[in-house]
Design a protein. Structure first.
Ligand SMILES: [Ca+2]
Ligand SMILES: [Ca+2]
Length: 91
C-alpha cells in the first residue's frame, strides 16, 4: 500500500476571509458578573455599558493573559478561579 495523502487536491470549499467573533468570549462575561464588571470597566471601548463581540474578544484575551499562570495557552478551572479572585481583590 502507498500513502497518497500529499497528492490530494484542495477541496471546493471557499476560503473564509475572516473568522466570526467567538460567542464563547461573550459567554465568559455573561456568566460571571465579576468578570463582566471588569470587562466593562476596561474594555467597553464605546462606553455604552454593553460588551460587544469585539470588546468581549479583547477582554477575553486580556483575561487569558492574566489567568494563564503557567502559560500553556489554556485556562484551567483552578486558573480561572485564581484570576477571578485576583480581579475581585484588585479591581
Ligand atoms: Ca460597548
Ligand atoms: Ca494554563
Amino acid at each position: 500500500m502507498v500513502a497518497l495523502a500529499a497528492a490530494s487536491p484542495l477541496g471546493a470549499q471557499p476560503a473564509k476571509s475572516q473568522l466570526p467573533p467567538t460567542p464563547a468570549a461573550q459567554q465568559i462575561f455573561e456568566r460571571d458578573w465579576v468578570l463582566m464588571n471588569w470587562a466593562l470597566k476596561y474594555y467597553d471601548a464605546d462606553r455604552d455599558v454593553l460588551l460587544e463581540p469585539n470588546e468581549a474578544q479583547a477582554a477575553a484575551e486580556a483575561f487569558r493573559r492574566i489567568a494563564d499562570a503557567d502559560g500553556d495557552g489554556r485556562v484551567t478551572t483552578l486558573e480561572y478561579r485564581q484570576a477571578r479572585a485576583f480581579i475581585l481583590a484588585r479591581y
